[in-house]
Design a protein around this ligand. Structure first.
Ligand SMILES: Nc1ncnc2c1ncn2[C@@H]1O[C@H](COP(=O)(O)OP(=O)(O)O)[C@@H](O)[C@H]1O
Ligand SMILES: CC(=O)OP(=O)(O)O
Ligand SMILES: [Mg+2]
Length: 414
């Protein structure tokens, strides 16, 4: 059997792959990513030891599956990465699957599990379809390698009934699996373990308000190491706005926006079905719709380039602040830490400063310099609380979904 693990994080516009050893904990040996699949030309980024490559690609890579094939070929052929040169060197491929339905933990792919996951494809077509295309590719082209699927929804299986149930006809809800599932759970699991370790507390006694803020953004209330509420729902659309996602809106809005709401969107294919409303709210909304950019670094700046940028920033702050208050109450005020994670949470000092200043009444306070400096590359958790603060800690956690998948795989097979 091979000695290495490939962890694959497939999104709609990028595919990230990290190669790990099978040590406990796993050690990363190389990182490769293709981004810009939906906004060509795609770019290829690769890092292995001291080698760093960034290429604009001439190849047409139309789908995440094409991008994954490209990454695999380049890495297998790279003489500097001789450890992983063919299927024989790989023990496991771990795939991030956003929607895992009722699955509580990672599963190995076989005909049964794949069939079950294919039935869930329509619940999260924008995420699951790409990831499953890669799973199907691996099963066919790398048949000796075990594929493990890790689910973003699994961490939230602990949601109480009153949180996960939508007040609609329960026969229909049960028959169609219509409930709150919650996502970004692979990241929350990494965050919980890392922050608990940092605080010197057992995970089962750790209470945090965690924020995974990237182009997809969510928050999670973790009580005694368990998810008790989270902002995303049946799909990753609800809760906070994202780069191109609306987040919560009044559901009737879609019918006033367009009379085509229920029809299939032109982006649908024979295998993947999305309605026009889903396409608009997932792909044509969020801060891109307000400002024209998906890049939050251009929005979260001290001097806003336009009123629209300021509005986008204020909306994000308003929605996040609402959930901080909500989750503070749900944790009964017993909060060990407020945790910023995800590309934006980890990098935007302005967003952190603004939110913490507005949450002062709950006892949160930050050290301005520690916040501005952010974490070192090798610092997984950084405390940015004011040193004199008696209140809950405020920390940044550099989350790592690929590591979490490799780690879970090693733990379950140790
Ligand atoms: N300094 C910064 N300030 C604010 N946002 C930033 C900064 N640097 C990167 N970002 C934003 O982080 C987001 C990407 O976060 P990430 O978690 O990697 O996203 P995803 O995995 O959902 O694609 C982008 O919107 C990017 O613009
Ligand atoms: C669940 C989800 O929204 O994932 P991402 O942030 O990677 O789009
Ligand atoms: Mg992400």
């Amino acid at each position: 059997m091979g000695k290495y693990i490939l962890a694959v994080n497939a999104g709609s516009s990028s595919v990230k792959v990290t190669f790990y050893t099978c040590d406990n904990p796993p050690r990363a040996i190389a990182d490769a990513q293709v981004s810009g699949i939906t906004a060509p030309p795609p770019t290829f980024k690769y890092q292995h030891g001291e080698t760093k490559v960034k290429d604009e690609l001439k190849e047409k890579l139309n789908t995440p599956q094409d991008a994954f094939k490209y990454i695999l070929e380049r890495c297998f052929k790279d003489s500097e990465l001789s450890e992983v040169a063919s299927e024989r060197d790989v023990a496991y491929i771990c795939h991030r699957i956003v929607h895992g339905g009722e699955y509580h933990e990672a599963v190995e792919i076989n005909d049964d599990t794949l069939h079950h996951l294919e039935k869930l494809e329509d619940l999260a077509p924008l995420h699951n379809f790409s990831a499953l295309e890669i799973v199907r590719f691996c099963k066919k082209e790398l048949p000796s390698v075990k594929s493990i699927t890790c689910f973003d929804s699994a961490f939230h299986q602990t949601l109480p009934d009153c949180v996960k149930t939508y007040p609609i006809n329960q026969d229909i809800a049960k028959a169609n699996g219509l409930r709150k599932y919650g996502f970004h759970g692979i990241s929350y699991s990494f965050i919980l373990r890392s922050v608990a370790q940092f605080l010197g507390k057992p995970q089962e006694q750790t209470n945090i308000i965690a924020m995974h803020i990237g182009s997809g953004a969510s928050m999670c209330a973790i009580k005694d190491g368990k998810s008790v509420d989270t902002t995303m729902g049946l799909t990753p659309l609800s809760g906070l706005p994202g780069a191109t996602r609306s987040g919560d809106i009044d559901p009737s809005l879609v019918f006033h926006y367009t009379s085509e709401a229920g029809k299939l969107s032109p982006a649908s294919t024979k295998e993947m079905h999305i309605s026009t409303a889903e396409e608009i709210l997932n792909k044509q909304s969020g801060w891109k719709a307000l400002t024209g950019t998906t890049d939050f670094a251009q929005i979260a700046v001290d001097k806003f380039p336009s009123e629209a940028h300021k509005l986008a920033f204020d909306i994000v702050v308003d929605r996040m602040l609402g959930y901080i208050g909500n989750y503070y109450l749900k944790l009964g005020g017993k909060v060990d830490a407020l945790v910023f994670a995800g590309g934006i949470g980890e990098k935007s000092a302005l967003l952190r400063r603004t939110l913490v200043e507005k949450s002062q009444c709950l006892g949160f306070a930050i050290d301005a310099k520690a916040n501005e400096n952010g974490p070192r590359d090798d610092e997984v958790v950084k405390d940015i609380s004011q040193s004199s603060s008696q209140g809950p800690r405020v920390v940044i956690c550099q989350t790592n979904e690929q590591f979490e998948m490799a780690y879970t795989t090693i733990q379950s097979r140790a």
